[in-house]
Design a protein around this ligand. Structure first.
Ligand SMILES: CC(C)(COP(=O)(O)OP(=O)(O)OC[C@H]1O[C@@H](n2cnc3c(N)ncnc32)[C@H](O)[C@@H]1OP(=O)(O)O)[C@@H](O)C(=O)NCCC(=O)NCCSC(=O)C[C@H](O)C(=O)O
Ligand code: MG
Length: 278
């Protein structure tokens, strides 16, 4: 059965045999073999073969995806056909800008294969609502912060100030259409503190998980996107308070000094269910 747990989504170049082997041993929720920007043009065909072999051989954690090249490149259509033939169950498409692109990609996938569309150009930001409602095989939206920073001309900022509108918009588009929302990568491999803060920021904005580029980043993403002990304790207190006899017939009660309504009870139960699954 497919897992919807996407706390940690680790990219690795499909041209890197050692990384593919290593990914089979890692605790990421999703491994994404990259055929696009992490693979040089002269290595594209071999990388595609390696991705096909990896899909066929399996042995990865809960989910394995493949990021293909854009359909407007020399490699995209062959990548898509190869993934269909190999039986890939998740394809990530870079630089999706229109609902028509979602339809074209969906038409090239095997039945049951999910599609994640990368939002990483200004045109995609302007067409986000149309892309998110395109349906087809679309299961998730992924933010591509490197391409987006380049195209928008944004500067570096510790708190991702220039990205905040797009973080919120992507999550809203995902939630409005029952899609997964995956935050972008954090490039500074050695900055563990910065990664932890950015992963928590993504969680705060409502993302389901974070894109990663190195095995050392997995634990921080898994922690940030799992319910914390404090959240579990709060959720249990809300459930217990609504179970108490004096809450009967009441829509709003006081728990630990705050107003809590039945919508919070639903949230609390959902969080506890997630904690149980973790
Ligand atoms: C960034 C890297 C090139 C760094 O490589 P390197 O310095 O060689 O790594 P290490 O020596 O620290 O590696 C230690 C061991 O871990 C394995 N490893 C490294 N990275 C990965 C990985 N991503 N997945 C699996 N395993 C990995 C090494 O093989 C070592 O193993 P061992 O031999 O057992 O010690 C490199 O990390 C890397 O290539 N990362 C992924 C790059 C990538 O895929 N980029 C594409 C997506 S990023 C992007 O731009 C998203 C979006 O499009 C946007 O626009 O934002
Ligand atoms: Mg990109």
């Amino acid at each position: 059965m497919r897992s919807d747990r996407v706390r940690s989504v680790l990219y690795l170049p499909a041209s890197n045999a050692r990384a593919i082997e290593k990914a089979r041993t890692l605790d990421c929720d999703v491994a994404v073999l990259d055929l696009e920007d992490a693979v040089a043009p002269e290595a594209k065909a071999d990388a595609r073969d390696a991705a096909v072999a990896a899909v066929r051989d399996g042995g990865f954690g809960p989910r394995l995806g493949v990021r293909i090249n854009g359909l407007d490149t020399d490699w995209g259509l062959d990548d898509l056909a190869a993934m269909k033939a190999a039986g890939a169950t998740l394809v990530v498409a870079p630089k999706v800008e229109t609902p028509e692109a979602v339809h074209a990609l969906s038409a090239g996938l095997a039945k049951g294969c999910a599609l994640w569309a990368m939002i990483e150009t200004p045109r995609a930001l302007m067409a986000l609502a149309d892309i998110a409602t395109a349906d087809g095989a679309l299961e998730g939206l992924m933010l591509g912060v490197n391409d987006l920073a380049k195209a928008l001309g944004t500067g570096a900022s510790p708190d991702r100030e220039p990205f905040k509108p797009w973080l919120a918009m992507l999550v809203a588009a995902a939630r409005a259409n029952g899609l997964l929302g995956i935050d972008g990568v954090f490039n500074r491999i050695e900055d563990a503190e910065g990664l932890a803060a950015e992963a928590l920021q993504g969680r705060l904005y409502g993302f389901d998980g974070k894109s990663l580029i190195h095995p050392s980043q997995i634990a921080a993403a898994n922690a940030a996107f799992s319910p914390s002990e404090a959240e579990i304790a709060d959720a249990r207190a809300i459930v217990a308070a609504f179970d108490a006899p004096d809450a009967e017939g009441r829509g709003a009660i006081r728990v630990n000094g705050a107003m809590v309504e039945r919508l919070h009870l639903e949230q609390a139960k959902a969080l506890l269910a997630r904690a149980d699954r973790a």
